[in-house]
Write a protein that binds this ligand. Structure first.
Ligand SMILES: *Cc1c(COP(=O)(O)O)cnc(C)c1O
Length: 402
């Protein structure tokens, strides 16, 4: 393995190799949950220490196939080490429970993935952590929320589900002044289009369920950063809290990663074409895509991303029934949660229960998001199908609604 290989070569080769036992040209899927231990004191000691990543004893702690995935992801994200987790939420919880203690303060995106939102809004306060939820795409709000005891600044960019872009470089600088650890949930960038560590962040999180796996058939998560912190997160967050990845899922995600650069290019190209199509459609009222100049944070997105990935929001109708007619008439695009899959998925988020079900915002904080939400918006994950087929599907479904 050479560190100098370029990104797409690393996607194919890093963490891969010829199997020592069989000479198979792909590394094996090891489903064993336990490993024979050495009968020598020194070797036994090494097996139970994190210093030796390739000495295994129990799969909740570490095992070969997840370790291959961790090696590949660490190379791709340009980080010291990686922890694979059972899901994106497993990665988020493992990281935050490791870093935060009672009495600590965290500043986080007020609109972010619903699971992270609820973890921060409901659970960390139960353990005496002081949580400030702000609009992290507004630097003045972020700055005002920082305190000398702020331990963590947590941002999600592009943000789920309303496409907020937060300035990773500027936020990292501000947060480091008070000594806070900057965590970026970079799931929506699909890794290829954004490199938070190069922009100054300390930790990157991915839901590998999405673009990294890319085929809609495995759950997984990843945390990336300095080895010392990763060792801690592995012990407290994964071994003690238990969200270790299944070797089978790790193997699927490892396989998905081979085509990541090809897929992200196609997701981004398709999304740009579809965003332009929707923006020019007379029935469509609103399109939010970071690649469009009309996106309020387009300039920041352009600065920190190399392409704009495959996620967008749009809205065309206030009438609830008409939105369901549209969904019913889609033939190719599927109404479903999750995202970053090969196939296009669309989720209708009715404004009527958005703030009760997805984003737990205090009444006085809801204003600007209510303006975006209106009666409801779509969260649209553009797949890697032919963009003409996707546009034709949207076109006929929009036409069918009167
Ligand atoms: C989906 C998602 C998560 C959670 O990931 P799971 O794999 O579903 O647990 C976290 N963050 C973002 C931005 C997501 O889109």
């Amino acid at each position: 393995m050479s560190k100098s290989w370029r990104f797409d070569t690393q996607c194919v080769h890093s963490g891969e190799g010829v199997d020592g036992d069989t000479r198979a040209i792909r590394r094996p899927l090891h489903m064993a949950n336990s490993f024979e231990l050495p009968t020598d004191f020194e070797e036994l000691f090494k097996t139970f220490s994190w210093e030796h990543a390739d000495k295994y004893h129990y799969t909740r702690e570490q095992s070969p196939t997840p370790r291959y995935l961790e090696e590949r992801l660490a190379t791709l994200e340009g980080s010291d080490d990686c922890i694979a987790a059972a899901s994106g939420m497993g990665a988020v919880a493992a990281t935050l429970f490791t870093l935060l203690n009672a009495g600590d303060h965290i500043v986080a995106s007020e609109v972010c993935y619903t699971g992270t939102q609820k973890l921060l809004a409901y659970h960390f306060p139960r353990f005496g952590v002081d949580v400030s939820l702000v609009d992290t795409s507004d630097l003045s709000e972020l700055k005002a929320a920082l305190r000398p005891d702020t331990k963590v600044v947590y941002i999600e960019t592009p943000g789920n589900p309303l496409m907020n872009i937060s300035d990773i470089e500027a936020i990292s600088k501000l947060a480091h002044v008070v000594g806070a650890t900057v965590i970026v949930d970079s799931t929506w960038s699909g890794l290829v289009t954004q490199k938070p560590l190069e922009l100054g962040a300390d930790v990157v999180i991915h839901s590998a369920t999405k673009y990294l796996n890319g085929h809609g058939d495995a759950l997984g998560g990843a945390v990336l950063g300095e080895k010392k912190l990763m060792d801690q997160i592995r012990e407290y967050g994964i071994v003690h809290l238990g969200a270790c990845i299944s070797p089978f899922n790790a193997w699927q995600i490892m396989r998905g990663l081979v085509t990541l650069p090809l897929r992200m290019e196609k997701h981004s190209d398709n999304a740009m074409k579809i965003a332009k199509y929707l923006e020019s459609h007379p029935k469509v009222k609103m399109v939010l895509y970071p690649g469009l100049e009309s996106h309020p944070m387009h300039k920041i997105a352009k600065r920190q991303m190399t392409a704009f990935s495959g996620m967008m929001n749009f809205a065309f109708e206030d009438d609830l029934q008409k939105n369901f007619d549209f969904l019913r008439n889609l033939k190719l695009i599927t109404h479903a949660v999750s995202l970053g899959h090969d196939q296009s998925l669309i989720l209708y988020m009715p404004g009527a229960f958005f703030f009760d079900e997805w984003v737990m915002l205090a009444e006085e904080r809801q204003g600007k998001y209510r303006d975006i939400m209106g009666a409801g918006v779509y969260r649209f994950s553009i797949g890697i199908e032919n963009s003409d087929d996707l546009i034709e599907d949207l076109d006929q479904a929009l036409k069918s609604v009167n």
